[in-house]
Design a protein around this ligand. Sequence first.
Ligand SMILES: Nc1ncnc2c1ncn2[C@@H]1O[C@H](COP(=O)(O)OP(=O)(O)O)[C@@H](O)[C@H]1O
Ligand SMILES: [Mg+2]
Length: 243
Amino acid sequence: MKKSGIFITGTDTGVGKTVVAAGFALALKALGLKVGVMKPVATGCQGFEPRLHSEDAIFLLEAAENEYPPLTNPVRYRNPLAPSVAAVLERKAVNVAHIHHAYQELQKYYDFIIVEGIGGLMVPLKKDYFVTNLIREFHLPVVIVAHGGLGSINHTLLTIDAAVIRGFDIRGIIFNRVSRVNVSLAEMTNPKVIHELSGVPVLGTLPDIDGLDARNCCFGDLKEIFEERIQFQKVLPTPTVPA
Ligand SMILES: Nc1ncnc2c1ncn2[C@@H]1O[C@H](COP(=O)(O)OP(=O)(O)O)[C@@H](O)[C@H]1O
Ligand SMILES: [Mg+2]
């Protein structure tokens, strides 16, 4: 299979990128793919150097059962800030070359790499360099994770706009934590409205998943629910038919 992957971005931080990235890892692994995961830059990491670690990266590593942890999260900061800001505070610039090296190494081991961004598209990593720059340099299509409730039309369309003007291939939107009971009017109508206004496909909707606890690496029924509700195969490259 051709080496490929997907970049998981979101309308905001805390919207469910890590959960969705883990869902893709669990579902694609079950198809028999060699799936790698990457969190290129993490802030708000736990512990101290050299054991500074990202909870997101650990959750993704557990989901994908990867064996090369140092490559998964090459750049880490302790302070819960945008990377460019944490970098100044901690006197350690974001090393983009280091990120690229890790990404290239991961491609040697895995067929499909799931990359989780940090925050949304316009989070700065350093001067004049945003998450969008990383996406362009990785040459990856994107999935946008959004909340389904009131406010999501604006947040999601802004994110789609920022992606479209940069020529990104948006594979779809996933709405996360949509209520199972007492679904709000906004949650009920937003996916269709956002699809109609943007033309971007909706890959599915995830509810709140019992037993899912990223902090403690508990997946609950994430795999089964993801497989059932998300059109996850749409992120795979379409096979080229020989002429
Ligand atoms: N569908 C879900 N069901 C239950 N908990 C969820 C769900 N999606 C996210 N969470 C929880 O919400 C928090 C934020 O989600 P996370 O995936 O870490 O967001 P992001 O990566 O965008 O910052 C985490 O504690 C996670 O466990
Ligand atoms: Mg995350």
